[in-house]
Design a protein around this ligand. Structure first.
Ligand SMILES: NC(=O)c1ccc[n+]([C@@H]2O[C@H](COP(=O)([O-])OP(=O)(O)OC[C@H]3O[C@@H](n4cnc5c(N)ncnc54)[C@H](OP(=O)(O)O)[C@@H]3O)[C@@H](O)[C@H]2O)c1
Length: 257
């Protein structure tokens, strides 16, 4: 039996990872801030799939929260085989509309927590000669898209660099870059989604299935779905000035996504 730890497990993409990994027979460590919601999720997944699901309440915007999750990942007696760094959020508003406190909170959750948790997990996994880390970034990493896109670009660069450094260790690291996914993300940030075309929306369960397949194939970068693979191909050959004009409008009616 293997164990997977998922941050931001209670909603959206993280919940889809939890459903899929539980169905595949993995024990889980579920991490988020809302303890009642975590407990309900743990009970449901245990009852449905017969797996063990631990609850770990942690705010990854706080040092104490990051430290408690890192300590769990470093526990050699109860090893974690797969880490999904998924917790994240968007801030409502464009650059300079958002307070510095909120900008720094996003960097803490998207970058510092991802660095510290990946490192705690990877050290322990390297000792055992096996393990996997999926860091959830975004296709926003590849386009000029405010501080959100910048933080996700860091996740992609960090993860692919670490994957290269750990080649041959038995530990796989992969950056996952979803397009738009119907989750609680936009509502939580107070963002409108009316101007996002219907064809751009991805299903979280299908996204997770594609991501896990890419991880098993040893990819360090996963852009699930042919629609977004094609779009990313177009992005590569589009001048950045033009790209900035298009991407700053799509899905940013009330702020960055
Ligand atoms: N939805 C999209 O279109 C989209 C596209 C590309 C990438 N992404 C990325 O995918 C990831 C998951 O997003 P989602 O769309 O699934 O969002 P979501 O539905 O809003 O879920 C976010 C999850 O993260 C947890 N969380 C938020 N802040 C946290 C914190 N400070 N500490 C610990 N847990 C925290 C939330 O639980 P609590 O509130 O209980 O803590 C919840 O479980 C994010 O990294 C996001 O940037 C999303």
């Amino acid at each position: 039996m293997t164990t997977a730890l998922i941050t931001g497990s209670t909603a959206g993409i993280g919940a889809a990872f939890a459903r899929r990994l539980a169905a595949d027979g993995h024990d889980l460590v579920l991490v988020a801030r809302d303890t009642d919601r975590l407990r309900g999720q743990a009970t449901e997944l245990h009852d449905r799939h017969g797996i063990e699901a631990e609850v770990l309440t942690a705010d990854l915007a706080e040092d104490s929260g990051i430290e408690s999750v890192a300590a769990r990942l470093s526990d050699r007696k109860n090893p974690v085989d797969l880490l999904i760094n998924n917790a994240g959020f968007g801030n409502k508003g464009r650059y300079l509309d958002v307070s510095m406190a909120d900008e720094l909170k996003m960097l803490k959750v998207h970058c510092e927590a991802v660095l510290r948790l990946t490192s705690a997990a990877a050290e322990s996994m390297r000792e055992r000669g096996r393990g996997g880390v999926v860091n959830v970034a975004s296709v926003a990493a590849f386009v000029p898209r405010g501080t959100y896109g910048a933080s996700k670009a860091w996740v992609v660069q960090f993860t692919q660099g670490a994957a290269r450094d750990m080649a041959g260790s038995g530990v796989r690291l992969m950056a996952l870059c979803p397009g738009f996914v119907r989750t609680e993300f936009h509502e939580r940030a107070g963002m409108g989604t009316d101007n996002i075309p219907g064809w751009m929306w991805l299903d979280a369960d299908k996204l997770v299935a594609a991501a896990l397949q890419d991880l098993s194939r040893g990819k360090s970068l996963s852009v699930p779905d042919p629609r977004y693979k094609t779009l990313m191909g177009v992005v590569k050959v589009t001048p950045r000035a033009l790209l900035g004009g298009i991407t700053s409008r799509t899905g940013r009616k009330y702020g960055p996504q």
